[in-house]
Design a protein around this ligand. Structure first.
Ligand code: TMP
Length: 209
């Protein structure tokens, strides 16, 4: 049986994670891997309900601390019910966002100290960390322009550009400090060029296992 692999996708708004997720799933499939596609916040019934509160409560003020804890409550359920069982069965878990997003959004964006996030991360996840993270990077304004062409903005999308600039910086700093796990994809390029970058990373990673 193949070893389970935990792959996460990260990035700011409008970086094209969702479009590329389909491409990555198909690529892994062709490699003969069984893939579980999931997302955060979400992936379980509790997680999807928490997502609804976190993204779509227009009138509700949520403190940064509570926002972080809700993310981790959803994550805990997700790890116990979906991620660990799939990895134990040798599958690839392909997850649209994970804890790097908490460092970027609640840490960089909302100003929570990373040390406080790390305490909860260790408590909820134990040793579990992604094997590979693709960071879809795009300048804030270009990403927001793309995202803005979609649907009505959610609680995060309504924030100012400064918020997203801090998020982008946090993601890039994390990628610089963990270059083996976290690989930057230049998402401002054409779809074809983005796919080429993804394949190069996946080939190196999957065949290196
Ligand atoms: P998305 O799936 O469309 O990217 O939306 C999820 C939103 O939730 C996105 O704005 C980022 C935010 N988020 C956090 O703030 N912290 C987290 O830990 C996660 C997983 C997501």
């Amino acid at each position: 049986m193949s070893r389970g692999l935990f792959i996460t996708l990260e990035g700011g708004e409008g970086a094209g994670k969702s479009t590329n997720l389909v491409f990555i799933r198909q690529w892994l499939h062709r490699e003969g891997r069984e893939v579980v596609v999931t997302r955060e916040p979400g992936g379980t019934e509790l997680g999807e309900r928490a997502r609804d509160i976190l993204l779509h409560s227009k009138q509700l003020h949520i403190s940064p601390e509570s926002e972080m804890l809700l993310m981790f409550a959803a994550r805990s359920e997700h790890i116990i019910k979906v991620i660990r069982p799939a990895l134990a069965a040798g599958k690839v878990v392909l997850c649209d966002r994970f804890t790097d997003a908490t460092y970027a959004y609640q840490g960089g964006g909302r100003g929570l100290a990373p040390e406080r996030i790390a305490v909860i991360e260790n408590w909820v996840q134990g040793e579990l960390r992604p094997d590979l993270t693709l960071l879809f990077d795009i300048p804030v304004e270009a990403g927001r322009e793309r995202a803005g062409q979609r649907s009505e903005p959610d609680r995060f999308e309504r924030e100012e550009n400064d918020f997203f600039t801090r998020i982008r910086k946090t993601y890039l700093d994390r990628a610089a400090s963990e270059p083996a796990r976290m690989r930057i994809i230049d998402a401002s390029r054409s779809l074809e060029q983005v796919e080429r970058q993804i394949v190069a990373v996946l080939q190196e990673f999957v065949h290196g296992q």
